[in-house]
Design a protein around this ligand. Structure first.
Ligand code: KG4
Ligand code: ZN
Length: 336
């Protein structure tokens, strides 16, 4: 059985994991630099890169030791690493480290698309996934609806034309004076508010599968300026309902158009959102398909999901060349 060491450094999490080819996770270590970014209200790329540089060594060592391996000569068969999309300075640290380990241990290495990694996350927890399925991949950097014919065989149905869903959460939270990252804060507050308290528009109601969140963010700013006395919880609840409504409408449309679908999945940081999880469960029940909701640890960035995607890419395309560079804007549609 092959053992893969995976490294993920695309944004603010320095992560390493050891996973075997049956997708059993032997270890998964995540060191976040979020505390450094919080005072700035968002990830500061240079700080993220510097944090990866000081953390990557200890994180990889811990992943190897936690997996019961000798960190000086681990029985690793392949090294997988996120090579895009993400922050260039962050990606370069992980990629350089992965190449160095692979060269030192004389094993192949494989570059992985971060978004494809998110798509593999449900597989690590639910080996019995059924295909074809549709996945709503929503994070701080991306929002897309992906049709998956099988593991690693995907088709992007639609994506955001402006802000990502998580980005909208973070921007609205900042406007409301809530700490970064805003998603969990708004989600928590929303539970105490009334969803219809603030009238907000539902964007992108057409028949396509694209999203838009920038107008909604502006609408929240306008509405709160006009109604300064509306309770924070009501604003949070109304915003959360509008985001979920737009995403779930598109998911419903995908289920209607692709009647052979066997399941729906959520992936990415915003997959932790309670309204979205509840809505996806409801839709799955209504259409009689399975729902795959990753655990909170599998929603956010981690290296185990990169390992799973890396094992697939290595088995189907072989190793990457050691000249491989980082691709900060690598679209999922160009992965093959
Ligand atoms: O996937 P992720 O960890 O990092 C990226 O690749 O972007 O996603 C982070 C994003 C942030 O924008 C954060 O505010 C959002 O996920 N998020 C949430 C929730 N938890 C995290 N958004 C809404 N509701 C949540 N419960
Ligand atoms: Zn991510």
């Amino acid at each position: 059985m092959a053992l893969v060491l995976a490294i993920e450094t695309s944004c603010d999490d320095t992560a390493a994991a050891v996973v075997d080819s049956a997708l059993h996770v032997h270890s998964s270590v995540i060191e976040s630099s979020i505390d450094l970014h919080r005072p700035f209200g968002g990830v500061v790329p240079e700080l993220a890169g510097r944090a990866h540089l000081s953390t990557i060594g200890p994180v990889v060592r811990r992943a190897l030791v936690d997996a019961g391996l000798n960190p000086h000569a681990p029985a690793i068969d392949v090294v997988a690493v996120t090579s895009g999309p993400g922050l260039i300075g962050s990606l370069l640290i992980g990629l350089s480290a992965a190449k160095a380990f692979a060269l030192a241990w004389e094993v192949p290495f494989v570059g992985v698309n971060h978004l494809e990694g998110h798509l593999f996350a449900p597989l690590l927890e639910r080996p019995g996934l059924e295909w074809p399925m549709v996945t709503l991949l929503v994070s701080g950097g991306h929002s897309m609806l992906v049709l998956q014919h099988g593991p690693g065989v995907h088709e992007v149905l639609g994506e955001t034309i402006d802000d990502a869903a998580g980005e909208a959460y973070d921007k609205v939270a900042r406007w409301l004076g809530l700490p970064y990252p805003g998603g969990p804060e708004i989600d928590r507050l929303a539970a105490e508010g009334t969803p219809g308290a603030l009238k907000l528009p539902i964007s992108m109601t057409g028949d396509d599968f694209d999203f838009s969140f920038s107008g909604l963010k502006t609408a929240v700013v306008r509405a709160t300026e006009k109604n300064p006395d509306v309770a924070l919880a009501d604003v949070a609840s109304s915003f959360q309902a509008a985001v979920a409504e737009q995403l779930l409408r598109k998911l419903r449309r995908a289920l209607e158009v692709h009647s052979d679908l066997k399941g729906v999945a959520l992936a990415g940081g915003v997959a932790a959102n309670s309204a979205l999880r509840h809505g996806v469960e409801g839709l799955a029940g209504e259409f009689g398909v399975a729902s795959f909701l990753p655990s909170m640890a599998m929603c956010t960035d981690n290296a185990a999901m990169i390992a799973a995607a890396g094992l697939y890419r290595f088995a189907h395309g072989g190793p990457s060349d050691f000249s491989l560079s980082a691709r900060p804007n690598w679209p999922l549609s160009e992965v093959s």
